[in-house]
Write a protein that binds this ligand. Structure first.
Ligand code: SF4
Length: 290
């Protein structure tokens, strides 16, 4: 089977069969992201991907779920992707879920019938990186799409019947813009109506353009207390119905899980507890596995 390192997948896809349908990210400009900076975006040949799927069938008696990597598989031709998904579904009828990353920059231009074809082929969930709902921050981070584009992309995914999991990047406003980051992210999430909201926390690491910007004084990294305040404001302003809030990433200070809206108070209480006990909860993070 063909794998070109590094390979990334959401933490919740840890038990999935990972198939690289594309390589790298066609945007590859976000200044907080170092994931695919060493790769040039390519779409793999459909027949090569199908050969990988056949090989995986020979190797695995049971496949729980399938994740189609790399960073923005949704950007490729939808007919070809639907063909791959149908083939994967045919070979792995036991798989409970087929999923992929999908950037709003590419989703907002997809015709509704293209997304419906992907759904009919068997695509269950798209992981979309909102990161921030604040237009100033999105532009500063070179995300390639504004908050309206994020909302439009979400509308198209939801209308196609595909579940939407949205990543939010805590700390992306730094110490200076944290409040507008929190408020506008909640505003945009309310409009996107995701099925899952997954916060991660910014970790400045060498290889990220933002790391160099911060070293030169252009970005003040947010501390643990600011991150918690940001989360508190964001969660307090969320008005989503029937959404899971899952803080399931190793970069986060505190694991916070719940279903919205009914678990909001319990999650806010966990944030309050972390703020009252900073030495216990808001110390240095262990980021070696990022
Ligand atoms: S954050 Fe997503 S869209 Fe931005 S460069 Fe990284 S993989 Fe590409």
């Amino acid at each position: 089977m063909y794998y070109e390192e590094p390979v990334f997948r959401p933490p919740c896809e840890a038990r999935s069969l990972i198939i690289q349908v594309t390589l790298g990210c066609p945007h590859n400009r976000c200044v907080f992201c170092a994931m695919y900076k060493m790769k040039k975006y390519r779409v793999r040949d459909v027949e090569d991907v199908k050969a990988d799927l056949r090989q995986a069938r020979l190797m695995h008696r049971h496949v729980e779920s399938i994740f189609l990597a790399d960073g923005n598989t949704i950007a490729m031709n939808s007919d070809k992707l639907a063909d791959i998904i149908s083939y994967a579904r045919h070979l792995f009828p036991e798989a409970e879920r087929v999923s992929s990353y999908g950037g709003a920059r590419f989703l907002k231009g997809k015709p509704p019938e293209a997304l419906r074809r992907l759904r009919e082929a068997g695509l269950d969930i798209i992981y979309l990186g909102l990161e921030s709902g604040d237009d100033e921050i999105l532009a500063m981070m070179d995300k390639g799409v504004d908050s309206e584009g994020m909302i439009e992309a979400a509308r198209r995914v939801k209308e196609a019947g595909i579940a939407l999991s949205v990543y939010v990047l805590l700390g992306l406003g730094g110490e200076d813009l944290w409040r507008q980051h929190a408020e506008n992210t909640a505003r945009v999430l309310n409009a996107m109506r995701p099925d899952f909201i997954r916060p991660r926390t910014l970790a400045l690491l060498p290889g990220m353009p933002l790391y160099e910007i911060a070293r030169e004084g252009g970005f003040r990294e947010a501390g643990g207390e600011t991150i918690m305040r940001e989360l508190q404001v964001m969660l307090g302003a969320l008005e989503v119905e029937n959404a899971w809030f899952l803080s399931d990433h190793i970069s986060n200070y505190v694991p916070i899980y719940g279903h919205l809206p009914e678990d909001r108070e319990q999650m806010l209480a966990s944030i309050e507890m972390a703020l009252e006990n900073p030495r216990e909860y808001l110390g240095p993070r262990h980021l070696t596995h990022l």
